[in-house]
Write a protein that binds this ligand. Structure first.
Ligand code: GLA
Length: 380
């Protein structure tokens, strides 16, 4: 059943507006976004669809197809919902639009899709950005996409309470078909970088969700802040790890603890890898791009320590397959997915071999998606 049909069934009327917000995979540039650094994600062809219709009052009724549950709230008093936490993304985005002076009307909404949840493919960003896009189209709001990206992130940070960076909402809104997006997370300038169609983005879902993910994310965030403060205390004018060069870091080695040094080294080297990766992608050197992905994985595993046994097994299996250019964990880590760049003709066999190898090594089932870089929900 389509989202439109579900809407018809639940609300007994036709929706006025349909929007689609994609999940994402990050090709390279991990944990750099909240350090004012560089990222290179792509929106994927797995998405969350929304259908909506205005109401004459100030009530929002929303149905989640995936949870098979409904929730309702008034735009005049938007509170967090402990019983239906899936509705908090919608509440948060609605609340901050209202707070910014956009007078919303009541609405009926249905949403659902095929972005796996808690798999590191940004299903929550897709719900936030999808909600923002729905309001924009339903009420003809004259707002800039980047404004809605920031507002969606605010909903995640302040309303839902997850301290993420800006990458996920940005790519979900502004992805482009057959392109990755090179984003400078400090000034939010970006450009789309074409991806060749003879190479596939293959995503392997470890199927493992780690309770640790959020608490360890916060630990990394604080370690980065501490490292900046300690490096700045030597008299260097650095506001974030983005400003730290490899030479600065080496010079600060003696004042940083071993852990802080390694955390900072991941960020400093990862930013450099993203810039290099964009250069070689634009020049067509995909072998070099793949080597940068592999180095990113090693740095995330050894210096940043956000990988997991399952992710390492998936990556090591991938590295051995014919036609693989590069493989690494993607997203926050501690479970979730790996991203692999694989020559088109080898992609199917790759998927099969990794699935089998993972099952043999750990007795676990990996879901594998051969993806196409797709359009964002607010692409212009
Ligand atoms: C999560 C966050 C992003 C980013 C990545 C790690 O996906 O939501 O902002 O920090 O982790 O790169």
């Amino acid at each position: 059943m389509t989202i439109e049909q579900t809407f018809q069934q639940i609300f007994d009327s036709r929706p006025e507006i349909l929007v689609r917000a994609p999940g994402r995979v990050n090709l390279i540039g991990e944990h750099t976004d909240y350090n004012d650094g560089f990222v290179l994600p792509a929106a994927i062809d797995r998405s969350i669809g929304f259908a909506g219709r205005k109401r004459a009052d100030r009530v929002v009724r929303v149905h989640s197809r995936d949870f098979d549950a409904s929730a309702e709230f008034s735009l005049d008093d938007i509170q967090k919902d402990g019983k239906n936490p899936w509705s908090n993304y919608i509440r948060g985005v609605s609340k901050y639009l209202e707070e910014d002076g956009h007078r919303l009307s009541g609405a009926d909404m249905v949403f659902g899709g095929d972005v796996p949840r808690e798999a590191g493919l940004s299903s929550s960003a897709a719900v936030e950005v999808g909600t923002a896009a729905l309001w924009k189209n339903l009420l003809h709001l004259d707002v800039d996409p980047v404004y809605l990206v920031k507002l969606s992130r605010k909903a995640e940070n302040q309303f839902v309470g997850v301290p993420c960076g800006i990458m996920d909402q940005f790519i979900c809104a502004l992805g482009r078909e057959n392109h990755a997006l090179f984003l400078d997370c400090r000034d939010l300038t970006y450009r789309h970088v074409p991806l060749r169609d003879d190479v596939k983005i293959v995503v392997c879902n470890s199927g493992v969700k780690r309770a640790l993910a959020q608490s360890e994310y916060e630990v990394r965030l604080n370690q980065c802040r501490q490292a900046v403060a300690q490096i700045a205390s030597t008299g260097l004018a650095v506001k974030s790890l983005r400003d730290v060069t490899p030479a600065d870091l080496e010079a600060a080695r003696s004042i940083l603890s071993g852990i802080l040094f390694r955390r900072a080294r991941h960020i400093v080297t990862e930013n450099h890898r993203v810039v290099e990766a964009v250069k070689v992608l634009e020049s067509g050197d995909l072998e070099c791009f793949g080597r940068l992905m592999n180095a990113s994985h090693e740095s995330l595993r050894d210096d940043y320590e956000v990988s997991s046994k399952e992710l390492d097994v998936l990556v090591e299996l991938a590295w051995k397959q014919p036609g693989v250019l590069g493989a690494r964990m993607t997203g926050a880590g501690f479970g979730g997915c790996t991203v692999n760049l694989v020559r088109q003709e080898a992609a199917e066999a790759f998927a099969e071999a990794v699935r089998r190898g993972y099952q043999n090594a750990l007795g676990l089932k990996a879901e594998i998606y051969i993806c196409k870089a797709s359009q964002g929900a607010l692409s212009i």
